[in-house]
Design a protein around this ligand. Structure first.
Ligand code: FES
Length: 334
């Protein structure tokens, strides 16, 4: 039996299925709730239950404490409705964020290629197009299981039937070693759901953008670069990609060709553990070296939490306005 869910301040209710998180029900009904990881690890989706009862699921105590639960808070991405609900998000709904309904999709693997150390490009042709914003992600369903892993689309939204993902292998990982780096072959059928996430460049902006990606954190940034340049959404883009060595860099020729063809775009690969004729050191230090001031610029950051935290600190030190810093932290899915 489905329960109705009302979001305080938003018109109308939507159906909340007892076996689906409040967040998933909202996104499937094309209603927006703030969220990022959708797996209970970031806290972005915290909501206050104003009326009704939820099953909290099994939230991590460090993300949603017992005291918070007792005070009526829950995680929209983990909680399921037990009764009709009225809820209020703790975080603001980004006014310029993406707005696309979450849908189940199926498609066929077109391409599966090694592109860097322990990194593969997976290209999937969907049966039906998926609308999304540049920067968002989808969940790939591991066949024969209910396990899903999250990967950002690296293609622009204009390619809504041909999705590109960059996938890092995790030793012993069910989805990576056991499937994407194991049994998966071109021509195989694949299931996924999306889009998800609010890390996105959606509207035109006056501020030049600095993009910083670590490892496969490059994926959503590639989507943003291609989308923003072809739709003239930003005056200019500086893209920084950090890796340990040259073996970790990929799509170098693509970005160098883009840099040569488009004066609005500059590409800065940075290596932290190998000497070469390019930039070396920590990727965020390379940004600091290049910009005496970041005032009046925006930033899009995607990578491991430590890199994102360091980049936010560095950009604020260079006087970038916090409201212009957009970030996606990822934990490598196994
Ligand atoms: Fe729910 Fe991250 S904890 S979106």
């Amino acid at each position: 039996m489905s329960h109705s869910v009302t979001v305080s301040g938003q018109d109308g209710a939507f159906p909340g299925a007892p076996d689906r998180s409040v967040l998933e029900s909202a996104l499937r009904a094309n209603r927006w709730l703030p969220h990022a990881c959708s797996q209970g690890t970031c806290g972005t989706c915290k909501i206050r239950v104003l009326c009704g009862e939820v099953d909290h699921g099994r939230p991590d105590e460090t993300i949603l404490s017992e005291a918070e639960r007792a005070s009526g808070l829950t995680l929209a991405c983990q909680a399921t409705p037990r009764t009709d609900l009225t809820v209020a998000p703790l975080n603001d709904v980004p006014p310029d964020g993406p707005r696309h309904p979450l849908r189940d999709h199926a498609g066929t693997v077109l391409e599966l290629a090694d592109i860097a150390r322990c990194t593969r490009r997976l290209v999937v042709e969907l049966d039906e197009p998926m609308e999304f914003s540049a920067g968002q992600y989808a969940e790939l369903i591991v066949p024969g299981s209910v396990v899903a892993r999250q990967y950002s689309m690296a293609n622009p939204p204009s390619e809504s039937r041909r999705l590109e993902f960059h996938i890092k292998r995790v030793d012993g990982g069910l989805a990576t070693e056991g499937w994407i780096f194991g049994s998966l072959r071109p021509g195989d059928r694949i299931g996924l759901r999306g889009p998800l996430g609010q890390f996105a460049l959606v509207r035109p902006q006056e501020e030049p953008a600095i993009l910083v990606g670590g490892g496969t954190g490059l994926a959503p940034l590639k989507s943003i670069v291609r989308h923003a340049l072809s739709n003239d959404l930003v005056p200019s883009i500086d893209l920084y990609h950090g890796g340990r060595g040259q073996a970790d860099l990929y799509d170098v020729d693509f970005f160098r060709a883009l840099e040569a063809a488009d004066p609005r775009f500059r590409y800065h690969p940075v290596l932290s553990e190998e000497q070469w004729d390019g930039a070396t050191g920590v990727v965020t230090d390379a940004v600091l070296d290049d910009f005496a001031s970041c005032k009046g610029r925006s930033a899009y950051l995607c990578g491991p939490p430590a890199m994102v935290t360091a980049a936010v600190k560095a950009l604020k030190r260079r006087r970038m306005a916090p409201r212009l810093i957009f970030k996606e932290e990822f934990t490598v899915g196994s």
